[in-house]
Design a protein around this ligand. Structure first.
Ligand SMILES: [Zn+2]
Length: 121
């Protein structure tokens, strides 16, 4: 499942709140948020920040909340407590794309075998 995109942090927080119940701030892990404080903080944030057409928020399948200002890189803001989800640093998996040396098919980053021909990577 891919991360979903949202126009405001409030919408992202509402969805994230259905996936987990406690977050820490990505850059200050001692700052903890529960559903209520996260939604309050998101509301204040949305009132203060001016919308930018190209920017959006994301919610990962595990409930992490990220922000992207340029549709390429993701700044993860809130990380669910005791999450060991791997959060991508960018929207496009482009940086991690590899090609199979044998058949030239695209392979998933980190894959050990080619999905098309089975060659060990
Ligand atoms: Zn192959």
């Amino acid at each position: 499942m891919d991360s979903q995109k949202f126009e405001t942090l409030s919408k992202a927080a509402e969805v994230a709140a259905t996936r987990c119940g406690e977050w820490c701030f990505a850059t200050a892990r001692e700052e903890l948020y529960d559903c209520t404080s996260l939604l309050e903080m998101a509301k204040i944030h949305d009132e203060e920040s001016l919308g930018d057409e190209d920017s959006f928020y994301l919610v990962s399948p595990g409930g992490a909340i990220g922000f992207s200002g340029d549709s390429a890189e993701i700044d993860w803001l809130f990380i669910p407590l005791d999450s060991n989800e791997e959060l991508p640093a960018s929207i496009e998996p482009a940086a991690g794309i590899d090609l199979c040396p044998k058949c030239g098919s695209r392979t998933t980053a980190g894959a050990r075998f080619c999905g098309a021909c089975g060659t060990k990577l």
